[in-house]
Design a protein around this ligand. Structure first.
Ligand code: HEC
Ligand code: HEC
Length: 252
């Protein structure tokens, strides 16, 4: 069970597959064994924890911060990589993401940020916590492996182009701040109760209650780990998302 101790010695991308099969730990079943992880419960977790940053057609998510996961695994499938291999890769990514890419672009938060474990009996439960981090990660990996890069039966994620075009609204309507908040992946990094968002890479917007001016400033220019969205959204759209954040947090 002391997967972290073991894992710490094994950093580096080439060690991921090995590390993952060791980290799965307690039993004889390796991660690459199909049947590990429950894809059904992984689906809901994915939408909540990962979809804010990743496109995945089956889940209907449109996050743009990280790579499109359908695209990422399309080639793997074409190359004949099995589902269990893809599952191991996803599991490895959750455990050992590139948190600070050398390019300076935002990275992917680590497992303790994305899937914090609930601390039983404590009052300050981490937001959006899970009962068992390893199990949650297994479930998500099983789900992603079962759907990524496959044609979906449902409606395709149409608004998934990185051009950041306005989410389809009736002609003449002003931009929909709530839809933009979801589309831009703000919730992957920020908590905002009204949006069901529990990200904790950046400050909780419920707590910081930013002014409209501050939201516009940050979204337009970015700061630190927060990217600028000026290339993805028009000034009108940025104002709309600012209005949405401010009205959702009871601010001015
Ligand atoms: C805050 C945004 C964010 C969240 C939330 C997030 N990711 Fe990522 N993800 C990224 C970024 C940025 C990258 C690219 C950098 C890297 O490789 O680590 C990435 C890369 C990946 C990759 C590698 C894709 C490739 O092309 O190789 C996978 C797989 C992945 N993420 C899965 C997940 C899963 C599963 C979750 C939920 C547990 C998740 N991500 C949550 C931002 C995020
Ligand atoms: C990749 C993670 C990430 C994403 C995506 C992101 N933010 Fe941020 N955001 C941060 C971080 C980190 C900070 C703190 C920056 C600092 O002060 O150094 C921040 C700061 C802010 C602040 C200032 C909060 C305060 O009180 O200081 C606002 C407002 C904000 N973000 C809104 C948004 C909105 C709206 C979106 C979506 C359009 C968004 N963010 C997307 C990471 C992110």
């Amino acid at each position: 069970m002391d997967k972290r101790g073991l894992a710490r010695g094994l950093v580096g991308a080439s060690a991921i597959l090995l590390a993952v099969s060791i980290a799965s730990g307690c039993g004889t079943v390796g991660l690459s064994e199909a049947g590990d992880g429950n894809a059904a419960s992984g689906e809901a977790l994915f939408a909540q924890k990962c979809g804010t940053c990743h496109v995945l057609a089956d889940a209907g998510t449109k996050g743009q911060i990280g790579p499109n996961l359908d695209d990422a695994f399309l080639q793997s499938r074409a190359d004949g990589l099995g589902e269990s291999t893809i599952q191991s890769v996803v599991r490895g990514q959750i455990e050992y993401p590139v948190k600070e890419p050398s390019t300076g672009t935002p990275g992917m938060p680590g497992p303790d940020t994305l899937l914090p474990e609930c601390a039983e009996g404590r009052e300050d439960e981490p937001r959006g916590c899970v009962a068992d981090q390893n199990e949650a990660a297994e479930d998500i990996a099983a789900y992603v492996a079962s759907v990524a890069g496959k044609p979906t039966a449902g409606t395709p994620a149409s608004g998934a182009d990185p051009g950041g075009s306005t989410p389809e609204a009736g002609a003449g309507d002003s931009p929909d701040g709530e839809a933009i908040f979801a589309d831009a992946g703000c919730g992957g990094c920020h908590a905002l109760e009204a949006a069901g968002a529990s990200g904790n890479v950046g400050p909780s917007l419920d707590e910081s209650k930013p002014t409209k001016e501050l939201v516009i400033e940050r979204v337009t220019k970015g700061m630190g780990a927060m990217p600028s969205f000026a290339d993805s959204y028009t000034p009108e759209e940025i104002v709309a998302v600012a209005d949405y954040v401010v009205s959702s947090t009871g601010g001015r």
